[in-house]
Design a binder for this molecule. Structure first.
Ligand SMILES: [Ca+2]
Ligand SMILES: [Ca+2]
Length: 132
């Protein structure tokens, strides 16, 4: 365990370069879009702020998740819930300071967060755009 911790620390020391690169100054970059019934595709983010907008589709609750589909000590890690927002068509959900979801441990050293959005399947197809 101690060894792993030291390894994690070493990784953290390397990270400021990545983090500095990911710092945003007020402007949003379009990073993708998807049309889905239940779960969107995954969008990678380097941190900072993240948002998604409901271009068209049903109003309702939309949840942002961060995928952690890896194994630790034989257990599959659960995806992390970032937050749920109630949206109507044309509205956006903004998530500030999502840096803590950027993976930096020894098990996941992508330096990226893998975000996806879910909604109730029965409400029909949603068209969502992502901004980083
Ligand atoms: Ca992840
Ligand atoms: Ca994670």
């Amino acid at each position: 365990m101690k060894k792993l911790f030291a390894f994690a620390l070493t990784l953290c020391l390397c990270l400021p370069v990545v983090t500095a690169h990911a710092e945003k100054h007020g402007s949003w970059n379009y990073v993708g879009e998807d049309k889905f019934n239940e779960r969107s595709k995954i969008i990678n983010s380097g941190g900072g702020d993240f948002k998604f907008c409901l271009v068209s589709g049903p109003g309702g609750y939309y949840t942002l998740w961060e995928e952690d589909g890896y194994f630790r000590n034989g257990y599959k890690m659960k995806d992390e819930k970032v937050g749920t927002k109630k949206l109507k068509k044309g509205q956006c959900a903004v998530f500030k300071n999502i840096n803590k979801y950027v993976d930096e441990g020894p098990y996941e050293s992508s330096g990226q967060a893998e975000f996806y959005v879910t909604k109730s399947k029965k409400s029909g197809k949603a068209h969502v755009k992502f901004y980083d």
